[in-house]
Design a protein around this ligand. Structure first.
Ligand code: BDR
Ligand code: CA
Length: 310
């Protein structure tokens, strides 16, 4: 099993990712850290705890982290995830409580206490991760890699060129990518492709299995979005796909590429991915020599990942 710490802003598709992670036998969720993003921090923490109940998960420590980005102003994503952050999906209140320590401290403790390297799975703005790496750089060598949902090698969603998680806290993403910890980018190029069709989502929502009903309802929110917004959100499993990539890496095609987080102007929050053929030459031209080398997911067998998720 792969020991992971999830960093989330739950969030409809973060909920799907948590459900998948805690129920998949190949993944051991050591802790979950919460950050403001898709919803305000308190909602994120409460949603996360409720989702763990819905999954009938064992005790997994959850802690609250950053309530806002490092430099950027706090912004709302309620137009995508609803006021609650979970679309219209009402999960029952939970007796689970967050840990009495910060997300950064929880991550530090769990990473150092674990026997062997830990994978960080970032499904949200990377504020907590940046704070962790800057405050406790000694954890870096204990991190196997950072798998993050964020960025894009093509089109954006928050802006024409920037993906939401990176755009929400670009300075944090830059700190994380430049930290030297190996990174795997599950960006919009693949995020926007893995979906569950309407009929399957509806069958789950109205089926007998309690967990399936929750998953179906969450997917139904994504489907509903497409009716009044944009088709690209239809039935997407979203962040859950990043967790699936850990279980079935061969379902994706990746390339190691120089990546830079743009911090200024209209391009703020864009992940510049140097996809030119001759990277040796690019370095000679002095453009990308100091950019982080990131494993970027560029293509996915979407049906295979959707099946895995189901
Ligand atoms: C990212 O932002 C949120 O909408 C999703 O949860 C995902 O992490 C997509 O840009
Ligand atoms: Ca998210």
């Amino acid at each position: 099993t792969v020991p992971v710490i999830l960093d989330v802003d739950t969030g409809v598709d973060d909920a799907l990712a948590i459900l998948f992670a805690v129920r998949h036998p190949g993944i051991d969720v050591l802790a979950i850290s919460c950050v403001a993003g898709n919803a305000p921090l308190e909602r994120v923490v409460d949603n996360t705890l409720r989702v763990l109940d819905a999954a009938d998960a064992p005790e997994i420590p959850v802690a609250a982290g950053a309530a806002r980005p490092l430099l950027a102003p706090a912004r709302s994503a309620s137009h995508v995830h609803g006021a609650s952050g979970l679309g219209g999906v009402a999960l029952p209140p939970t007796r689970r409580r967050p840990e009495p320590v910060s997300a950064v401290e929880l991550m530090r403790q769990r990473i150092l206490a674990h026997d062997g390297p830990v994978t960080l799975v970032a499904l949200a703005p990377q504020t907590n991760l940046a704070l962790l790496l800057r405050t406790h750089p000694e954890v870096a060598e204990r991190i196997e890699r950072i798998v993050f949902m964020g960025g894009s090698a093509s089109v954006g969603n928050a802006t024409a060129v920037a993906e939401f998680n990176v755009w929400h806290d670009p300075e944090a993403a830059a700190i994380v990518l430049d930290s030297g910890v190996p990174a795997y980018m599950y960006g919009l190029d693949v995020f926007n492709r893995v979906a569950i069709d309407h009929d399957t989502a509806r069958a789950l929502e109205h089926g007998a299995d309690p967990l399936g009903r929750v998953v179906g309802a969450l997917l139904g929110h994504r489907v509903a979005l497409s009716e009044d917004r944009t088709a690209e959100y239809t039935g997407l499993i979203g962040d859950a796909g990043a967790v699936c990539s850990i279980v079935d890496p061969l379902a994706l095609r990746t390339e190691v590429r120089p990546v830079h987080v743009e911090l200024t102007g209209h391009g703020r929050g864009q992940t510049l991915v140097d996809r030119r053929r001759t990277s040796g030459e690019d370095t000679m031209h002095g453009l990308t020599g100091d950019w982080a080398r990131v494993e970027v997911a560029l293509d996915v067998d979407a049906e295979r990942v959707a099946r895995l998720f189901l």
